[in-house]
Design a binder for this molecule. Structure first.
Ligand code: ATP
Length: 205
């Protein structure tokens, strides 16, 4: 009998501010799980996001909402390492750690087209592209960045596009709706909506 070979695994990594997590995030991660046939998908709320101009909501709130939003999705691992880590969050550090924890695994970094278009500004972006297949979801208007992914032009074999229709949902819109007293029921899951209300989040701009 052959000795047991370690199982090569397909692991997804989906980072974001999740301020708050919304239904397009969920549709994106469900599409990625199925289309990429992932064995596991790490959802990684960012700690101190170096590339977001806005001050983010407390990490403890965002982590709690991510758990509520996605905990019932199979093969999801809510991964708090960037929140637990001091200093700014860099995707390259997270990918190196996950690669070291799962030797031989194939990594897929999942993101919307807005983030993919900005990838060449990320720390060690070429190393990111070598470590993981960049798996891109179309972003609906007003992000008009879907056709200008510079990193993909340079490394086309390291990119794939997910079959998710463009969804008109953003965390910005949700925060604005709440601050303006508009409903968000069609944009976030019920437990997340309840958490936001219970903790009086996003009431001011
Ligand atoms: P904000 O409006 O505050 O910038 P966001 O809605 O873009 O937030 P993030 O938490 O920053 O949400 O996004 C995490 C990841 O999910 C990013 O890669 C982003 O591109 C992707 N994403 C968010 N919303 C969508 C959407 N509607 N369609 C496709 N991808 C999305």
């Amino acid at each position: 009998m052959k000795p047991d070979m370690p199982q090569a695994r397909r692991i997804g990594v989906f980072g974001g501010a999740f301020d708050p997590p919304h239904l397009a995030h969920r549709a994106l991660l469900e599409t990625a799980l199925n289309e990429l046939r992932l064995d596991a998908l790490h959802v990684v709320p960012t700690g101190d996001a170096w590339h977001k101009p806005r001050k983010l909501t407390d990490a403890a709130h965002r982590l709690a909402m991510v758990r509520l939003a996605f905990q019932d999705v199979p093969r999801i691992c809510v991964d708090s390492r960037e929140i637990d880590r001091a200093g700014p969050s860099y995707t390259i550090d997270t990918l190196h750690q996950i690669a070291a924890e799962a030797p031989g695994a194939e990594l897929f970094l999942i993101m919307g087209a807005d983030q993919a278009a900005a990838l060449t500004s990320w720390r060690e972006w070429q190393a990111i592209v070598q470590l993981a297949i960049i798996s891109v979801a179309t972003r609906a208007h007003p992000s008009n960045t879907n056709d200008s992914i510079e990193a993909e032009r340079l490394f086309p074999k390291r990119f794939l596009h997910l079959g998710l229709p463009a969804l008109h949902v953003s965390a910005t819109q949700i925060r604005s709706n709440i601050a303006n007293g508009q409903p968000v029921q069609t944009l976030v899951s019920e437990p997340v909506a309840r958490y936001i209300a219970d903790h009086h989040l996003y009431l001011s701009h």
